[in-house]
Design a binder for this molecule. Structure first.
Ligand code: 13P
Length: 341
């Protein structure tokens, strides 16, 4: 399957009321774990690399590996820059072949956020790359596992500003601040669903929820009902990987099995990502005959179902073996006929 951008998968998610998980890749183990989970769950997936993780993962080194693994994956895969704040990060991701960019101008003043986001959208759209932007503030520090403290309500996304922002920037998806935060929540997060509902009614684009770790299944369901089509999830993966490593070290403290620890981490991530895919309702969305087949050729089924309407089903092609058997049978019948004459 070739890589896809956000426009196609998020339009499908929005129309069919599910969300595509955006999971952060920090190394080869997490890359393989996420894709194996997506494939097993028959779900589209977004592989994200956050600019704050550039210190752990070399963008130019890992991107060819991502492209190769994605090419062999039967599900649609988007390759996305998460929280790109610098011009350099965005240019590096574009040059490496990312299909989608998040430009995070949320720390800028409103008008400056519009100005810079619009310029980046123009540049990215010119080369077929989609753009997610952020308006308002999502709390916590992305990429870490520190405390997630939602910002004060005055920093939540305002509906009138969001309408102007989307109109003037032409972004493909918008990350909204409704009380979520990156990292591990201290206490139970209280999301502002009325605000989300109003944003969804006013904007005709997929909404993005950051700070997925620690939200309840009910929170996710209500967000998806109200226009969230992309959910970012990372800290929970990191926790699962670390817990597995800790358990392993506790049970065999004399062992120095580094690759064995990586396998533990991979298994923890794979399990967590699979669970989230189920909760985000994207499990099975990539089954043969699904609406995603209109732009994904990850399996052989779509080629059949996208024959023009009314066209007869193509005759099943005989395998080489069957053709040989038929040839021999025809020849034997010919000989028998000759003998009869
Ligand atoms: P969590 O780490 O809280 O799941 O948030 C991930 C995120 O929003 C990445 O952009």
């Amino acid at each position: 399957m070739a890589l896809v951008n956000l426009r196609d998968i998020l339009a499908d998610a929005r129309a069919n009321k599910y969300a595509v998980g955006s999971f952060n890749v920090v190394d080869l183990a997490s890359l393989e774990a996420i894709l194996e989970a997506a494939e097993f769950m028959q779900s589209p997936v977004i592989l994200s690399i956050a600019e704050v993780h550039f210190k752990y993962v070399n963008l130019e080194n890992i991107t060819p590996a991502i492209k190769e693994v994605a090419r062999r994956c039967s599900c649609p895969v988007a390759l996305h820059l998460d929280h790109g704040e610098s011009f350099e990060a965005i240019m590096r991701a574009l040059r490496a072949g990312f299909t989608s960019i998040m430009f995070d101008g949320s720390k800028l003043a409103f008008d400056e956020n519009i100005r810079q986001t619009a310029a980046i959208v123009k540049m990215c759209h010119a080369v077929g790359v989609t753009v997610e932007a952020e308006l308002g503030h999502i709390g916590g520090a992305e990429g870490g596992s520190g405390g997630a403290v939602p910002p004060p309500e005055e920093f939540y996304t305002k509906v009138d500003e969001a309408v102007r922002f989307v109109k003037e920037t032409k972004v493909d998806a918008l990350a909204v601040a409704i009380g979520t935060a990156h990292g591990l929540y201290k206490g139970k997060p209280q999301l502002d669903f009325e605000r989300l509902k109003a944003l969804n009614a006013a904007l005709n684009i997929p909404l993005v929820l950051h700070g997925g770790t620690g939200l309840s299944n009910d929170d996710f369901a209500r967000c998806i009902e109200n226009g969230v089509a992309k959910i970012n999830f990372y800290t929970g993966m990191s926790v699962a990987a670390t817990e597995r490593i800790k358990d392993k070290l506790k049970s065999s403290p004399e062992s120095y099995d580094y690759p064995g620890l990586l396998l533990e981490a991979k298994a923890g991530i794979c399990r967590t990502v699979s669970e989230q895919i189920d909760i985000f309702r994207s499990k099975g969305m990539c089954a043969p005959d699904s609406s995603l087949c209109s732009f994904c050729s990850g399996c052989v089924i779509p080629r059949k179902i996208h024959a023009p309407v009314g066209a007869p089903a193509p005759a099943a092609a005989a395998s080489d073996g069957e053709a040989l058997v038929k040839k021999i049978a025809d020849a034997v019948i010919d000989v028998l006929r000759q003998m009869k004459k």
